[in-house]
Write a protein that binds this ligand. Sequence first.
Ligand SMILES: Cc1cc2nc3c(=O)[nH]c(=O)nc-3n(C[C@H](O)[C@H](O)[C@H](O)COP(=O)(O)O)c2cc1C
Length: 398
Amino acid sequence: MEHAINIDDLRRLAKRRLPKIAYDFIEGGLEDERGIARNERAFAKFDLVPRYGLEVSSCDQSTVLFGRTYAGPLGIAPTGLAGLFRAGADLMLAEAAKTANVPFIMSGTGTGLIEDLGRLAPEHGWYQLYVARDRWISEDMIRRVRDAGLSTLVVTVDVPLNSKRERNLRNGFTRPLKMTMKTKLEALLHPVWMAEYLRTGMPLFSNWKQYAPPGSSTAEVADFVAEQTPVPVLWRDVETYRRLWPGKLVIKGIMHAEDAVRCVALGADGIMVSNHGGRQLDKSPAPIEVLPAIAAAVGDKLSVMFDSGIRRGSDAVVALCLGAKYVFVGRATLYGVAAGATAGATRALDIFRDEIGRTMMQMGAPDIRSLGPQFLSWDLDLSRRNAPGLPADGMRRS
Ligand SMILES: Cc1cc2nc3c(=O)[nH]c(=O)nc-3n(C[C@H](O)[C@H](O)[C@H](O)COP(=O)(O)O)c2cc1C
C-alpha cells in the first residue's frame, strides 16, 4: 500500500476495486451533496500560521482521552455495512486501530460482532449504538457492550430518519441489498470484489441477528433492522443510557451549542461535533464552522470530539486548534480497507500520522496540547452562524 501517498490515492484505489453501487454508498451524501462539498471546503477557510526559531525536532502526538493515552489524536469513526466493501472489514479496521493505538468505533449497523471486538481490541474498540424502535433491544446491546469489556458507548442522534440518498436510489441500493440487472452487470467489471461477494455472500448485521425472528436469513435480519431503525433519539433515551451504562458515554452528531450544553447536563462524557459526513441534512453547516461555538459553550465539562470532512492531516490540526480534543475519520479509512484490507486501513492511519506530524513541526507546535487558536487565521464570518464563541486570540482576516 506504500504507493498510496495520500488519502485521495486510497480513494481512487477503492473506486477501482468496488462496483459503483458500493463505492457510491461510501462516497455519497444526500440530495445535491452540497453538504459533503461544504464540509471539505470549509477547511480551506482556515489557515495555519507558522512560528519559527523554536526547537521542534520532533513532535509528540500522544493524546490523552478519557484517561487513556492514545498514540495520536485521530481515530476511526463508525461506518455501517463495512463488510460490503470487504468481507471482515470491521475487524480489519479494529486491528489497524489497535496497531496504531487509536480508537475504532464499531457501527450500530456494522457487520462485525460486539463480542469479537471485545476479544480483539478491548482497549481500542468503542461501540456506536443506533437506538432501536423496541427499546429493550438497545438496552440489551448496552449490556453486551459492557460484558465485552468495551470502555466507551457512542449514541448517534443525527439519524431520526433515512435521508434522501439519491445515488443509492438510482443504484437500487436497498437494505437488504437487491441488485438490479444493471448493477449486476456493472459489478462484473470488478471481478475481485464480485468473487469475494459470491464467496462470502451479503454481509450480515451480526449484532442484530439474535433479536430477529429465529432462523432469519441475512436478508430477513436486514429487513428486521430496517423495521427497528432509524428512530429519533430522545433526550430521555440518553438519560436512560446514562443510568445503564457505567463507562464513558459520547453523543455523536451534535451541531448546536445548546444541545452540547444539554449533553453536559445529562452526564455525557463527550460529544462528537459531526454532520454524519454530510449524509443526513444537505443544508447543514460544516461542523468545523460550528465547532468553536460548541467548544466555547461546554469548556472542559466534557470532551469535545469532531468528524466530517477530514482528508488531510492539516484538516485534523485545524480542528484541534479550534477546540476539538480528538478527531475521527469515516470515509478515509473505509477507502483504505476497501483498497487493501488491514494494510490499507493502516496505510490511511499512517498517512494521517505523517501529515499531522509534518504540519505541526512546520507550525512550531511540539505537542498536541500546544495546539490552539493562536495558530489560526480565517476568512469566514463565523459570528453570523450560531457561533458566538469564536476564540478571541485567533487572527480574523475579514
Ligand atoms: C459509508 C458510511 C457509513 C456510515 N455509517 C455510520 C453509522 O453506522 N453510524 C454513525 O454514527 N455514523 C456513520 N457514518 C458517519 C461517520 O461516522 C462519520 O460521521 C463521517 O463519515 C465523517 O465524515 P468523513 O467521512 O468526511 O470523515 C457513516 C459514514 C459513511 C461514509
